[in-house]
Design a protein. Structure first.
Length: 114
């Protein structure tokens, strides 16, 4: 008689959000985590720029940024996908944001006629 234990794979995912130039962690970025077509949940980066999601089942996942931190823009061009396929591991994904470049309005006044 052969007995096999069928254990579900469970692993963790960590997203690290950083400034694309300084590599400084960014707090307050909001992400959705998807497993294929299924929304797993919504998460916000902490003061260390991190989101940690524990005990994910095996599958193909991706983070989708829905709100950038203040003064930053969402980076649409990055691949934030990962695969959970080994029990107990932690998959780490790094997401970068560029700071918004400001616009300066100034008015030049001629001294002679105001």
């Amino acid at each position: 008689k052969l007995e096999m234990e069928n254990k579900k794979i469970r692993a963790n995912a960590e997203l690290i959000k950083v400034d694309s130039e300084t590599k400084r962690p960014l707090e307050g970025a909001e992400f959705e985590l998807w497993n294929g077509e299924k929304l797993v949940g919504n998460y916000t980066t902490n003061k260390d720029g991190k989101i940690v999601v524990e005990k994910l089942e095996a599958g193909n996942y991706y983070f989708n940024e829905i709100k950038a931190p203040d003064h930053y823009e969402i980076n649409q061009d990055q691949d934030l996908s990962f695969v959970i396929d080994k029990d107990g591991e932690t998959k780490t994904v790094t997401a970068e944001n560029k700071a918004k470049t400001g616009e300066v309005d100034f008015t030049k006044t001629d001294v002679t006629n105001g």
